[in-house]
Design a protein around this ligand. Structure first.
Ligand code: ATP
Length: 427
């Protein structure tokens, strides 16, 4: 992980938050390449959901009525048992401490107590209990409270879903492993409203769809697996739950959860708000609260999985090559364009080719240093194609395209460049 964290910093993927002030624990900033990678992953998720006829998008606010979190069960139940070290004042999740001694200094630990994971703040100038609000710990509740708004405004019929991407906040006791567990993170969640008679069918459907989505990102199949929640692991709202896990360098860990949340959330919001949230099935002349099949995946966690999966160290002609083998369609930069030398005539042609490609792809222009060094830089950021314009290009109208993975080079005429790149599924 250390190597990956330092590569991410060196190459502009991820920086420590507020670094010049010494950083802020577990908070990270996405740099120019990191945000491109993140947007590519997010956009694939968003399209995979909202290009379907049966799913609509939503963007609800981070601050919500405090009663929402009473109804959802978060005020009462969203907590971890916490122990403190009496000596070094370290804080740990009780379930992560094996002995009754502090894992850092061996000191004595306090009795465990419940610690609510929601961040609290105040709305308006008066900081008292009545003005207290929470930063949302998940996006899902925004979709439940808008269930009828979406359903009636777009005249949706069940089954249909609501998809959201957005920030969530949890005051985790033990954040760590880089961007794996942080206190501020982004979720991509979809709530699919179904009849209770069809919950199993849709649960199985979404479970399969979601695994396929991770595979389509290019993730190595044998680094992904399902983990079924046993009775005692199930959340208070869930009838059935599977995690999709990825094999991180620190072990198999959850990337995504697929949950059958039954009608728990709508029922609770109906009860707490006093509003009727029943769905009217016009054909069957029936009113009921739908069941919800939820797919909830962390965007930052997926990005970490993608980075871990892509990272390779190879030996090429006795030298170490570090390369990020992203699938071309999610690579932050897809094509790098190099004029062989900083000569006016080469620069002009190279700029023209770059401009032409930049309508379709993320591109970078690099004219500094030897071609070999430029290849190495692009390998480290995972650019699948490098195009070099040399003096022959001025007469034969051809460029050299170098493939990141095979390192093979081919001469291709100007008008065939896109065909070579498209052949590698870059969009
Ligand atoms: P965990 O068991 O790892 O704490 P969870 O089961 O509480 O996760 P969910 O509430 O199901 O997680 O949230 C859905 C997804 O959001 C998770 O699968 C994960 O990818 C992401 N996620 C949850 N908590 C965090 C966090 N603190 N930092 C980064 N991503 C997170």
């Amino acid at each position: 992980m250390k190597t990956l964290v330092s590569l991410c910093k060196r190459r502009g993927f991820i920086f420590q938050s507020s670094e010049i002030y010494g950083g802020l624990n577990s908070c990270w900033d996405y740099g120019p390449l990191g945000i491109l990678l993140k947007k590519n992953i997010e956009s694939r998720w968003w399209k995979s959901m909202t290009l379907r006829d049966d799913i609509e998008g939503l963007s609800s606010s981070i601050l919500m009525h405090p009663r929402v979190w009473e109804a959802s069960g978060h005020v009462e139940g969203f907590s971890d048992p916490l122990v403190d070290c009496k000596k070094c004042k370290g804080r740990f999740r009780e379930d992560q401490v094996k002995e009754k001694k502090c894992p850092t200094c061996g000191g004595e630990l306090t009795e465990s107590r419940q610690f609510n994971l929601m961040f609290r703040t105040f709305m308006g100038p008066v900081e008292d209990q009545t003005n207290q609000v929470y930063l949302r710990p998940e996006t899902a509740q925004g979709s439940y409270v808008n269930f009828l708004n979406v359903q009636t405004s777009l005249r949706k019929k069940i089954p249909f879903g609501i998809a959201q991407v957005g920030k969530a906040f949890r005051n985790e006791i033990t954040p760590g492993n880089f961007i794996f567990r942080t206190r501020e993170f982004e979720q991509m969640e979809m709530q699919y409203f179904v009849s209770c008679k069809e919950d199993q069918k849709w649960f199985d459907f979404w479970k399969e769809q979601r695994l396929n989505w991770h595979l389509a990102l290019g993730t190595t199949p044998n680094r992904l697996r399902f983990h079924e929640h046993k009775e005692q692991e199930l959340a208070h709202y869930a009838k059935q739950a599977f995690d999709i896990q990825f094999e991180f360098p620190f072990g198999w860990q959850e990337l995504e959860g697929i949950h059958n949340r039954t009608d728990f959330d709508l029922k609770r919001h109906q009860e707490f708000s006093g509003k009727n949230l029943m769905y009217l099935d016009e054909e069957a002349k029936e009113k009921f609260l739908p069941y919800v099949i939820e797919t909830a995946v962390g965007l930052d966690r997926t990005l970490l999985a993608v980075l871990c999966d892509a990272y390779r160290e190879e030996e090429v002609k006795g030298e170490k090559r570090v390369v990020l083998k992203f699938a071309p369609h999610i690579a932050p930069v897809q094509v790098a364009v190099f004029p062989l030398l900083k000569k006016e005539e080469l620069m002009q042609v190279a700029q023209k080719i770059r401009e032409d490609l930049s309508h379709t792809y993320y591109t970078q222009f690099d004219s500094a240093g030897s071609i070999g060094r430029r290849y190495r830089r692009q390998d480290e950021t995972g650019t699948p194609f490098c195009i070099t314009i040399d003096f022959d290009s001025l007469t034969d109208q051809k460029v050299t395209i170098r493939d990141r993975d095979t390192m093979e080079q081919q001469r291709v005429s100007f008008d065939k460049i896109k065909d070579v790149i498209i052949g590698q599924q870059t969009t």
